[in-house]
Write a protein of this length. Structure first.
Length: 292
């Protein structure tokens, strides 16, 4: 019987794949988008693209090709993809913090090396997390060890949830520090001009609101699923798992809007990609991560 929840996950995966495939194509197509900031955005889009494809493959293999081995491979692929997505979000947050904290030395070879090292570590850890169920950490032969996400074991999803909570706390701390730096910079500018104009209040409020939206979207998408993985029981109705998992996939659908489509350089490159005759009136200017 076709489960409506599985259909919604497949539809969500299709939308995620289409959105992020466009971002990856734009970044690969545009030679100007080669700064560390866009490398991080490209990593996030690639991870979300793979997650969307994983949701589609999971649906196909669940209803067309029934195999426990294939299902295990698909689940491992999804775990690695979503872990890479969350890790890329953390790397973007660290990059934003460094661009403000070390503004004078941000555009240097050291920053490029730091970005590539972060991405290598993020993808390496994500790949290891995805391989764990494939290499034997699963409950195919021990139903009592199953979690709310079969065939992952309870200890496996506990590890994944603990990793998410750690990432969320680090991001929360970094965004609080970013807000402090933004407010301090705005106050210093106001003191240099000997008065505090309304524009400074508006700019500061806009920056803080944007950071709150980013962190709030991330938390609202993933926290319910991460908490349910810890407190849930495999005997509970599967609708609870679906109801918390589906919003988590929406984060990969929202990421391109927050981190890519709002950026002016991405918008300009999109015009160039779809109609090569477009000529930008404003020269390309790679903005710092804190502006994205």
């Amino acid at each position: 019987t076709l489960n409506p929840w599985d259909v919604m996950l497949c539809v969500s995966g299709t939308a995620i794949a289409c959105e992020n495939a466009l971002v990856v194509a734009i970044i690969c197509y545009s030679p100007a988008l080669r700064t560390p900031m866009f490398v991080l955005v490209g990593s996030l889009a690639t991870a979300d693209l793979l997650a969307g494809l994983g949701l589609i493959l999971n649906f196909v293999f669940q209803y067309v090709i029934r195999s426990e081995t294939v299902s295990l491979l698909t689940v491992g692929f999804l775990v690695a993809s979503f872990a890479a997505s969350v890790s890329s979000l953390l790397a973007i947050t660290v990059d934003r913090y460094l661009s403000l904290y070390n503004a004078l030395t941000y555009y240097s070879e050291r920053t490029v090396l730091c970005i590539h090292t972060m991405l290598a570590g993020a993808w390496g850890v994500s790949l290891c997390l995805g391989l764990l169920p494939v290499l034997g950490w699963n409950c195919l032969h021990d139903r009592a060890a199953c979690s709310v996400v079969r065939p992952l074991t309870k200890s496996n999803v506990t590890l994944l949830s603990a990793s998410f909570f750690l990432v969320f706390l680090i991001m929360l701390h970094l965004y609080i520090e970013i807000c402090k730096i933004v407010c301090r910079h705005a106050h210093q500018i106001a003191l240099q001009q000997h008065f505090l104009t309304a524009s400074h209040y508006v700019a500061t409020k806009k920056g803080v609101s944007t950071l709150a939206i980013i962190l709030g979207t991330f938390g609202a998408s993933w926290l319910p699923f991460a908490i349910y993985c810890v407190v849930g029981d495999p005997d509970y109705p599967s609708v609870y798992t679906y109801a918390t998992l589906l919003p988590a996939t929406y984060n990969s659908m929202i990421n391109p809007i927050i981190y890519a489509y709002r950026n002016q350089e991405i918008q300009r490159s999109m015009w160039v990609l779809f109609c090569g005759c477009f000529q930008a009136k404003v020269p390309f200017r790679s903005r710092s991560p804190s502006d994205v």
